[in-house]
Design a protein around this ligand. Structure first.
Ligand code: CO
Length: 155
């Protein structure tokens, strides 16, 4: 397994609007992307950037780990259960990049890790899959192919 950068932390929220206000006003986030619906996953998504480097200047250069705010799109959303158990929301998954998604999937399969569903296109427009938290030290883990140069989403 070739561990890449920590791309984002998925954070469930009952209200993306309220969470945006929190990250802007309490946490001082300056780069908050436009929310969008990810119908295939039944969630509304909003990325909040953290700077790649702590320069102390408050710069908001891209390239840092993101917070991925996710809100259920409807009652059938896979997030609905999570929010019933965690009404305030909270950390839902972590997402690591890998250079090659098919290689990574094969490696997890060979280790007997339970992969949840097919490899599919995730919120960054690159292939992803999820690995069961019970096989990943209690953390629902998203594995994402590193965006290729020039195809990095710009929302
Ligand atoms: Co994610």
């Amino acid at each position: 397994m070739k561990l890449g950068r920590l791309n984002h932390i998925g954070v469930a929220t009952p209200s993306i609007e309220d969470s945006i206000a929190h990250y802007r006003e309490v946490m001082g986030a300056t780069k908050i992307h436009t929310p969008f619906d990810l119908e295939a996953q039944g969630v509304k998504v909003c990325f909040v950037d953290t700077p790649a480097h702590s320069t102390g200047s408050g710069s908001s250069d891209s390239g840092g780990t993101q917070i991925e705010l996710i809100e259920p799109l409807g009652p059938d959303s896979p997030l609905t259960n999570f929010l019933e158990k965690n009404p305030l929301g909270g950390q839902h998954h972590v997402c690591f990049e890998v250079p090659d998604i098919e290689d990574a999937r094969k490696e997890f399969e060979e280790l007997g890790k339970r992969i949840l569903g097919p490899t599919r296109i995730g919120a960054h427009g690159t292939p992803i899959f999820f690995v069961h938290p019970k096989d990943m030290q209690g953390m629902l883990t998203e594995i994402m192919e590193t965006p290729k140069e020039g195809t990095h989403w710009s929302n």
